[in-house]
Design a protein. Sequence first.
Length: 285
Amino acid sequence: MKKLSFVYLPILFFIYLAVEAVLKLNHSTLCESTGCLLADNLLWFDSIYLNFMGLADALIILALGWLSYKKAISEKLFFLVLFASLGFETILLTYQYFASPEMCKFCMGVYTFLVVIMLLSSKKYFLMVVPVIVSVIVALSFLTIPKSEAFVTKDGNYLIQSATCKHCKKVKKYLHENNISFTKLNIDDIEARNFATFLNFKTIPILIVKEGKQIHIINGDNNIIDSFSKPKETVTVEDSIVAEESVVVESSSSSDLLYNDNAGADEGCGFASITTLEEESNCSK
């Protein structure tokens, strides 16, 4: 059993990673599911480098396992590297679980190898690492991680708003009174907040109008109302953006929306972005 967990399984683990690396170098892969493609897009570098890192890690595990089996070194070194590898893969896999609608099967295979090696090599150490794994999963579950899910999928009006914003209430009242249908997107959602920050909009409401492949984005209650009441008038570029391709807004779990009581521009309510706390709000919670 010890030779299986310290030598044979690490050899199979190394071969598993080596095959994937060779296939990727030849523009192929063991896993061609959507989850694998999405997992690649979560990295800020080419996924082949992560494969190389995994190969190096598997080689170290194999070398330490062999030396530990021959009693040339302490088994603690083997378990130390195995602990680190399992922790590293736990973070990657858990983040992927919360950020991607589908899991990468190859990554799950890597994680399975590490768990089995740890379990068969020492039940005592395996039980020690379980609380660490659980704590990582719980910690990441507390974060508002953007998901790779399309939000603006059909033609229509989408209003990024807040239930407590008086400017948003003004726009929603106008839309209801004029029988204009719209879908509400909450600024509490991390995707909506990142979208507004990306466009350098500091206030809500923000209206997204999808018409085929063309999208109009209008910021500010007065500008939004004017776009319906005076459709032939031109809206300035500072207040409206026209995109020739579809814009995707995604949904995730909510987090607190922060407001500032200081008086600012009267076009809408300020909101707290990820990087800066804007001071352009007339609303408070």
